[in-house]
Structure formats: structure tokens, C-alpha cells
Write a protein that binds this ligand. Structure first.
Ligand code: AMP
Ligand code: GLY
Length: 419
């Protein structure tokens, strides 16, 4: 099979790494990919969120399957355009990707599907939102549109609630509309289901680390590290999430004429009254995918293909034993304004057993330099979480670039729960 993989982040590097191990793969095109992926496929310069350009490339290269990494192409209708031309696509059509593209829409579908989530109110007016936030005392403020994980402010008191509404209100187009939500407490877990519109299989639960600072402090980011399996959801509890969250969402989306084919990512808060959905994403998580690909013990390609063709066989996936940990190395200034152009040293000498996935980095004059906020995800698997963590941090120690920062507590919550 010839596969076109869209995107250029750490998630896509991990998908390329995994797809490259498939005996079914004949060629991989990365549109546009990144220098880390060059070993697994050919980098093709294409704008992933330009449907006509993607269709033209897929036709010219006669690809058998397009795998969409990021959300922007999905929201832009890349899957719709491919399907209209008879080209198989892993990734939902725009009407289904709205589950991620609009938080208000996701809430509406959750209500219809009776999926547990935080209480919320939608506001189009900053003054009304502010009055509501002040009355509630503690609140979570979310921009309605896509904001790369950064359009969310958790405000635990009145002063920060007021400030949060003003900040999100000033964000511009993405947030003329905002969602104010009940502040939920508990462990946060990401559950990703591969879906064929009707059926699904579940990847193991992973835990992301959204805040920039150790001990979950500082602003939200796209994710500073992840590990899996997260011990807070037993296999039985995971299966229940499938039945009570994923299945009803698939049913409602089908009923609405927008069957979900692709990776349905449920960001869950495990509250005292059970799992509640914080958000849906219409794609694989980043950095969750980096560790999930290390942990997946079977061929990814037929799974994605079966989803795209609506012929998935529901079952428990084969996993590697133990656990995997991934640590994001971020650029100075991330998540606000990352500093670019810093040379990355030590990339070639990652120790055996560690895998380095490239994200915000580019080749320049014979060197690899930083080009984005989240630069690398350094990953390792081990027979235990302790071992995986030790290996990953050992690999981190060999890599440096000016201004590099990372969290030293990736996986710490998991260790406390099940060492
Ligand atoms: P989201 O993009 O909606 O997942 O929000 C980003 C992050 O903000 C989540 O991963 C949580 O850490 C936090 N968050 C979002 N919604 C809530 C909520 N209702 N209660 C507590 N924390 C939340
Ligand atoms: N790691 C969170 C996300 O991919 O949205």
C-alpha cells in the first residue's frame, strides 16, 4: 500500500515510525513531514489543509490511503474532498471533525448522546460571560474555535475567572463565542478510539501533561509529555468508557449523517462521580500518539485502512508489555513565543531503547535547528513505568539546545498510583 501521511509534528513522526514497520506498506509519502520522518518516507511539499492540493497529490501519486494527522485539514474538509474522489482517508469528514472544531457543537452532541460532561453555558457576549464567571466563583473558560490547546483557562477563583473571560474575549476570531464550564477535579486521561463510523477499537489510556510547569503549574500547552497505560483506568473501566462515551457518540454522529471515521480522542476527567468528558478531538493526540505507537503491539496500517473502509473488527488490541513514556523538549518561550533557529545537539546518539520523535525542528545548513514550540518528544518503553521513565530521561540527558526546557515529572502521577 502507498500511504500519504499529512502533518509534520511529533505525532506524525510516530505514526510514520509505526507505519514503516508494516509489511503491507510499499511507500510512504509525508506531506510535508519533518526531517525526522525522512528515514521512513519521502517528504512532499504540500499544504495539508488545502483540500484541492491534497487531492491532486493523492491522485498523482496513486496513493491507496491518506492518513490525516492534525485537525486543521479535517476541519477544512480534506477527508470530504478525498472521499468525493474515491480515495480512502483515515480521518473524519468536516461535519464529524466539528466535534473538535466547535466546543459548543461537541456539547450539543454529548447532550444528545447522554455522555457525561461538565455543566456549561455558551456566551457570545463578554460582559454576560464575565457576570456568569464571577457568580460561579471558579470556572473554566474556553474559546469556541480551534486554539491548539491554548484557548482554555482554568480559573479557580473570582479574580482569575474575571481575567480569564477578558483574555479569551480578546483572542479574536476563534473566541467571539466562548464556553464557560464547571471546573472538574480528578485524574485526567486520554482515551483514543479508532473508529470506522460504526465500530471502534480502543488504544490504551494515556495521560498527557498539559501545563508547562512541573507539578501541573503555569499555562496550558499542547502537551508536555505523556505515558501509557495510565493506571487510573482499569481494562474494565476502559471498556466502560468505550460503551458509555465512544459508542453513543458514534451512534449520534451517524444519526446526524456525519459518521465518524478516524481517531476519536476523548479527554476525560475521572471525577468522584465517574469519568466526564473534557473535550473531544477528531485526531490522534500529541504527545499521546508517540507513546501509544511504542505500546501498540500490532500492525497499525490494517487498522487505519479498516477504519477508512468502514470494516473494522471490534476487539481488544494487542499491546506490548510494560509502559511507555514520552518527554517533550520545548523551546525557550513556549507556549507563548518560542525562540527558533537554535541548533539541536546530541540527536544522533540517543541510547538504545529510546526513540526520538521530531516536531518543531528543521534542517538548515547541515544542522537540525528548532523551528517550533514543541521541538522533540523523547520516548522509551520499559517493562515497568519506572524503567520506561528512567530510559526516557537518560535519553533526554544526551540532547541539548539553547533555552531547552522540559518537565522532570512526566509519569509521576502514574507512579504514585501504581509504581
Ligand atoms: P481542553 O482543550 O478542553 O481539553 O482543555 C485543556 C485542558 O484544560 C484540559 O486538558 C484540562 O487540563 C483543563 N480543563 C478543561 N476543561 C476543564 C474542566 N471543566 N475542569 C477542569 N479542568 C479543565
Ligand atoms: N495532547 C493533547 C492533544 O493532542 O490535544
Amino acid at each position: 500500500m502507498k500511504v500519504l501521511l499529512l502533518g509534520s509534528g511529533g505525532r506524525e513522526h510516530a505514526l510514520a515510525w509505526k507505519l514503516a514497520r508494516s509489511p503491507k506498506l510499499s511507500a510512504l509519502l509525508c506531506g510535508p513531514g519533518n526531517p525526522g520522518m525522512a528515514r521512513f518516507g519521502t517528504q512532499v511539499p504540500v499544504k495539508p489543509d488545502a483540500p484541492e492540493a491534497v487531492v491532486a497529490l493523492a491522485k498523482r501519486e496513486k496513493v491507496d490511503l491518506v492518513v490525516v494527522g492534525p485537525e486543521a485539514p479535517l476541519v477544512a474538509g480534506v477527508a470530504d474532498a478525498l472521499i468525493a474522489e474515491g480515495i480512502a482517508c483515515f480521518g473524519p469528514v468536516a461535519a464529524a471533525a466539528r466535534l473538535e472544531g466547535s466546543k459548543a457543537f461537541a456539547k450539543e452532541v454529548m447532550a444528545e448522546a447522554e455522555v457525561p460532561t461538565a455543566d456549561f453555558q455558551v456566551f457570545d457576549d463578554v460582559a454576560a460571560a464575565e457576570a456568569y464567571a464571577v457568580a460561579r466563583g471558579k470556572i473554566v473558560v474556553k474559546a469556541d474555535g480551534l486554539a491548539a490547546g491554548k484557548g482554555v483557562i482554568v480559573a479557580p477563583d473570582v479574580a482569575s475567572a474575571r481575567a480569564a473571560v477578558r483574555t479569551v474575549g480578546a483572542m479574536g476570531a476563534a473566541s467571539q463565542r466562548m464556553v464557560l464550564e464547571e471546573l472538574l477535579e480528578g485524574e485526567e486521561v486520554s482515551v483514543i478510539a479508532l473508529c470506522d463510523g460504526e465500530r471502534y477499537v480502543l488504544l490504551p489510556p494515556a495521560q498527557d501533561h498539559k501545563r508547562v510547569g512541573e507539578g501541573d503549574t503555569g499555562p496550558n500547552t499542547g502537551g508536555m509529555g505523556a505515558y501509557c497505560p495510565a493506571p487510573f483506568l482499569s481494562p474494565e473501566a476502559l471498556a466502560r468508557v468505550g460503551e458509555e462515551v465512544i459508542a453513543p457518540m458514534l451512534t449520534v454522529m451517524r444519526r446526524r449523517g456525519a459518521p465518524f471515521r478516524g481517531a476519536l480522542y476523548a479527554g476525560l476527567m475521572l471525577t468522584r462521580s465517574g469519568p466526564k468528558v473534557l473535550e473531544f478531538n477528531a485526531r490522534f493526540g500529541d504527545p499521546e500518539t508517540q507513546v501509544l505507537m511504542l505500546q501498540l503491539g500490532e500492525d497499525l496500517l490494517p487498522l487505519l485502512e479498516d477504519c477508512a473502509h468502514g470494516r473494522l473488527e471490534p476487539r481488544a488490541l494487542t499491546l506490548e508489555p510494560g509502559a511507555s513514556v514520552g518527554i517533550v523538549l520545548a523551546a525557550e518561550g513556549y507556549p507563548e513565543t518560542p525562540k527558533r533557529g537554535q541548533e539541536i545537539l546530541g540527536l544522533e546518539k540517543a541510547p538504545a531503547g529510546a526513540t526520538v520523535f521530531v516536531a518543531g525542528a528543521e534542517a538548515k545548513g547541515g544542522a537540525i535547528v528548532t523551528s517550533g514550540g514543541r521541538v522533540l518528544t523523547v520516548c522509551a518503553r520499559g517493562d515497568t513505568l519506572v524503567e520506561a521513565r528512567a530510559r526516557a530521561y537518560e535519553a533526554v540527558a544526551g540532547i541539548r539546545f539553547e533555552g531547552m526546557h522540559f518537565r522532570r515529572d512526566i509519569g509521576a502521577r502514574g507512579l504514585r498510583a501504581a509504581p
